[in-house]
Design a protein around this ligand. Structure first.
Ligand code: NDP
Length: 332
């Protein structure tokens, strides 16, 4: 289909407040503005893609819309000084797939400033196995490191462990020598999580509700939290003196119920992690770290392969917490 001026894409339409998705054929002339056109090879599925595919959270304001917050591919056409035809590129964030048409299509047109050259030593498929979820896990590890993470200081808790962010976070932390406690609500993922490098497993129910005490037993040196809400409220009083929490997600809720005492009496750091508007230099640093510190065999073990049409159902699955690891969408 590519090269004919016609390409396949997942297209969302809104009718009386209800969003519907279909696999459609579009023409090049329908692509949005941008200085680089990319032939997309792979995309992926993130929690946010699930929200967009199901019209949750009003992330998309204009329909018809092509979703897909991440893609990897080759430059087809460029008037941007940094990119020429044939260059391998990757895109995550910048509200692509929300405000701007995204990667669930054989072609995407974006601003060249949003692209990152595909890192040396990484395939497009593995870049999308990482995707926004894995990239964000790396940003979280980097933030924790900048606040004193130390393999000798005890366990790092990862919540939402069997999800995308959680899976990649465990694999990176394990490679770097940290003991990792993986919290999951799915007991059937225990072997998978141990295979990624988790050294202990806890039931998500154990940390689902705050104790009501402003400080609890110092249980974790740090935490990468995909769940938010009452889980994050429960974990903050359990962080050891001088430790940190990287707040990444809200799979369990967005309301935080805490006191300031973990911050005042234990010097706990609450670190916000944003992957969407992350500046280019930090993006490049995170991708370079992923190539170095994410074991590729463990990344390959997280992959569920999919095709464009599968996204019509996978979007609901991820919102229900039913996707394990990372979905890679083969678009070639
Ligand atoms: P996934 O759906 O892959 O993972 C989320 C995991 O959270 C699930 O696998 C499940 O883990 C757990 N979970 C789901 N629902 C609940 C619940 N109700 N209560 C407790 N735990 C729950 O999503 P991603 O890994 O892609 O994203 C995780 C979160 O991070 C999302 O909220 C997403 O929006 C956010 N995010 C933020 C980014 C940023 O830039 N700040 C970038 C990327 C993601 P298990 O089954 O193991 O318990």
């Amino acid at each position: 289909m590519r090269g004919t001026g016609v390409f396949k894409a997942i297209l969302l339409q809104e009718n009386e407040g209800k969003v519907s998705a279909e696999l459609a054929e579009l023409e090049d002339s329908q692509l949005p503005e941008g200085d680089v056109t990319v032939a997309v090879d792979y995309s992926t599925l993130n929690y946010k893609d699930g929200m967009v595919l199901n019209g949750v959270g009003r992330l998309v304001r204009n329909y018809p819309h092509v979703p897909g917050v991440d893609f990897a591919g080759r430059v087809e056409d460029s008037s941007h000084p940094d990119y020429k035809a044939g260059d391998a590129v990757v895109l995550t964030g910048w509200r692509v797939g929300e405000m701007h048409w995204g990667g669930y299509a054989e072609k995407a047109r974006v601003k060249g400033d949003w692209l990152v050259p595909l890192p040396e030593g990484l395939s497009g498929k593995r870049a999308m196995a990482i995707g926004t979820a894995g990239f964000t896990a790396m940003l979280a590890v980097m933030a924790l490191e900048e606040h004193g993470l130390d393999p000798a200081k005890g366990e790092v808790l990862v919540t939402g462990a069997a999800g995308g962010v959680g899976s990649v976070a465990i694999a990176i932390l394990s490679k770097l020598g940290y003991p990792v406690a993986a919290s999951t609500g799915r007991a059937e993922t225990h072997d998978y999580l141990k295979g990624l490098g988790a050294t202990s497993l806890i039931d998500r129910a154990e940390i689902a509700e705050p104790s009501g005490r402003p400080l609890d037993r110092e249980r974790w040196q740090a935490c990468i939290d995909s769940v938010g809400g009452s889980t994050l409220s429960c974990v903050l009083p359990q962080i050891a003196y001088g430790g940190s929490v990287a707040a990444v997600g809200l799979a369990g809720g967005s309301k935080l119920d805490t006191t300031v005492l973990p911050f005042l009496l234990r010097g706990v750091h609450l670190l916000g992690i944003d992957s969407v508007m992350c500046p280019l230099e930090r993006r490049k640093a995170a991708w370079a770290r992923l190539v170095k510190d994410l074991p590729m065999d463990r990344l390959d073990g997280m992959i569920n392969e999919a095709k464009l049409a599968d996204l019509l159902t996978l979007g609901s699955d991820i919102l229900k917490g039913q996707v394990r690891g990372r979905v890679v969408v083969d678009i070639k």
